[in-house]
Design a protein around this ligand. Structure first.
Ligand code: AMP
Ligand code: GLY
Length: 421
C-alpha cells in the first residue's frame, strides 16, 4: 500500500516508523513531514488543511490509505473531502472532530450521555462570565471554546488570574476560538491519557499513557504541548479502563452515532482520576504528542492493521497484541519554548545513536540548513524514545540518548516518569 501521513511532528514520525514496519506498507508519503520522516519515506510540501489540495496529492501519489495526524485538518473537514473522493482515510470528519474543536460541544455530549465531567457554564460576554467566576470562587478553570494550539486553558488558582484570562479571551487573543468561553469547576486528582480506536460502531481500547504538560521539572512553569510521556500509565488499571469505557467512552460514541455523526478514528480522552473514579477533562480526536511516541514503540507494525480496521469498519474482529513492556519519551525543546526561542542551531550526536525497535529519536521541529545539517526549527524539536522491560530501564535508555544529542539552546525535563517511578 501507498500510505499518506498528514503532519510534521514527532507523533507523525512515530506513526510513519511503526506503519513502515508492516509488510502491507510499500511506500510512505508524508505531508509536509520532517527530516526524520524523510529517512523512512518521501516528504512533500502541502497545505494539509486544504482538502482539495490533499485530495489532489493523494491522487498524484496513488495513495491507498491516508492517516491524519493533527487536529487542524480534521477540524477543517479534510477527512470528509478524502472519503468523498474515494480515499480510505483514518480520522473523523468535521462533525465528529467537534469533540476536540469545541469544548462547549463536548460538554453538551457529556450532558446528553451522562459521562462524568466537571460542572460548567458557557458565556459569550465578559461581564456575566466575571460575575459567575466571582460567585464560584477559585480555583476555577477558564477555557476558550475553540482550538487554540493547546494555549486556550487557564487553571486559575485565584480570581485575579481567572479574570485576566477572561479579559484576554474576550479581547480576542484566540480570535474566533474565544468567541465563547467554558468556565469549569477545578478537578483534583491525577491525569491520564486514554486512547480508544473507533470505527463508528465498535470501540477498542488501544492504550494508556501519561504526559508531562509543564515546561520544567517538578511540574513547574508554563503549560506546553507536552514535555515527555510514558506508556502504560500505571494508574489506569484494568478495572479503571473498564469503568472509563462503560461510563465515558461508550456513552460518548453512542451519542455521536445517534446524532448521525459517528466517530471514526482515535478518541483520546484526557482523564482526571480521583479515588479510583474517572472524570473527563477533554477529548482530542487524534493521537497525543508526545503520548503517541511510546505507544507506537510498544505497538510496532500492528498499528497499521488496527488503523485500517478502524477506517474500514472492521474493529469488531481486531485485537491489540500487548507485550509486557514499557516505553518512555523525553522531549528535547528549544530554550524559551513555549514562548519565543532561537532557531537554526546545528544539532549534533544524532548519527551515533543506534536506532532500533527499542530506541528511536523521533523528529518534530527539525530542519536542514544549506549544508544539509539538521537544525532546530520548532519549539519541540526531538523526542528521544526508548522501550524496555521496566519503566526505569526505558527511562535510563531514553536519557542516555538525550545525553548524546547537543545543540546550542537545548532544554528538556530531567524527571520524565517521576510519578510512576
Ligand atoms: P485541556 O486542553 O482541556 O486538556 O486542558 C489543559 C490542561 O488543563 C489539562 O491537561 C489539565 O491539566 C488542566 N485542566 C483542564 N481542565 C481542568 C479542570 N476542570 N480541573 C483541573 N485541571 C484542568
Ligand atoms: N500531549 C497532549 C496532547 O497531545 O494534546
Amino acid at each position: 500500500m501507498n500510505i499518506l501521513i498528514l503532519g510534521s511532528g514527532a507523533r507523525e514520525h512515530s506513526l510513519a516508523w511503526a506503519i513502515a514496519q508492516n509488510p502491507k506498507c510499500d511506500r510512505i508519503i508524508a505531508a509536509p513531514g520532517n527530516p526524520g520522516i524523510a529517512e523512512i519515506g518521501t516528504c512533500i510540501p502541502l497545505d494539509i488543511e486544504d482538502g482539495a489540495a490533499v485530495v489532489a496529492a493523494a491522487k498524484a501519489h496513488k495513495i491507498d490509505f491516508v492517516v491524519i495526524g493533527p487536529e487542524a485538518p480534521l477540524a477543517a473537514g479534510v477527512a470528509d473531502d478524502l472519503r468523498a473522493a474515494g480515499f480510505l482515510t483514518f480520522g473523523p470528519g468535521k462533525a465528529a472532530a467537534q469533540l476536540e474543536a469545541s469544548k462547549a460541544f463536548t460538554k453538551e455530549v457529556c450532558d446528553a450521555s451522562g459521562a462524568p465531567t466537571a460542572a460548567y457554564a458557557r458565556f459569550t460576554q465578559l461581564a456575566p462570565a466575571k460575575a459567575y467566576v466571582a460567585e464560584q470562587g477559585a480555583p476555577i478553570v477558564i477555557k476558550a471554546d475553540g482550538l487554540a494550539a493547546g494555549k486556550g486553558v487557564t487553571v486559575a488558582m485565584d480570581l485575579a488570574t481567572a479574570n485576566t484570562a477572561l479579559e484576554d479571551i474576550f479581547a480576542g487573543v484566540f480570535g474566533a476560538s474565544g468567541a465563547e468561553v467554558v468556565i469549569e469547576a477545578f478537578l483534583e486528582g491525577e491525569e491520564a491519557s486514554f486512547f480508544v480506536l473507533s470505527d463508528g460502531k465498535t470501540a477498542l481500547p488501544l492504550g494508556t499513557a501519561q504526559d508531562h504538560k509543564r515546561a520544567f521539572d517538578g511540574d513547574e512553569g508554563p503549560n506546553t504541548g507536552g514535555m515527555g510521556a510514558y506508556s502504560p500509565a500505571p494508574i489506569m488499571t484494568d478495572a479503571l479502563v473498564q469503568r472509563t469505557m462503560t461510563e465515558i467512552i461508550e456513552p460518548t460514541l453512542a451519542e455521536m452515532a445517534s446524532r448521525g455523526t459517528p466517530f471514526q478514528g482515535v478518541l483520546f480522552a484526557g482523564l482526571m482520576i480521583r479515588d479510583g473514579a474517572p472524570s473527563l477533562v477533554e477529548y482530542n480526536v487524534r493521537f497525543g504528542d508526545p503520548e503517541c511516541q511510546p505507544l507506537m514503540m510498544r505497538l510496532g507494525a500492528q498499528i497499521l492493521d488496527l488503523l485500517l480496521a478502524a477506517a474500514k469498519g472492521n474493529l469488531a474482529e481486531a485485537r491489540v497484541q500487548w507485550a509486557d513492556d514499557h516505553a518512555l519519551a523525553v522531549v528535547m525543546a528549544s530554550s524559551g519554548y513555549p514562548s519565543a526561542y532561537k532557531k537554526g542551531a546545528v544539532i549534533t550526536g544524532l548519527e551515533g545513536i543506534g536506532e532500533t525497535s527499542n530506541q528511536m529519536v523521533f523528529h518534530a521541529g527539525t530542519g536542514l540548513n544549506e549544508a544539509g545539517e539538521i537544525t532546530n526549527q520548532g519549539g519541540r524539536v526531538l523526542a528521544a524514545t526508548a522501550r524496555a522491560e521496566s519503566l526505569s530501564a526505558a527511562r535510563d535508555r531514553a536519557y542516555q540518548t538525550v545525553d548524546a544529542i547537543k545543540w546550542d539552546g537545548a532544554f528538556w525535563r530531567k524527571d520524565i516518569g517521576w510519578r510512576a517511578l
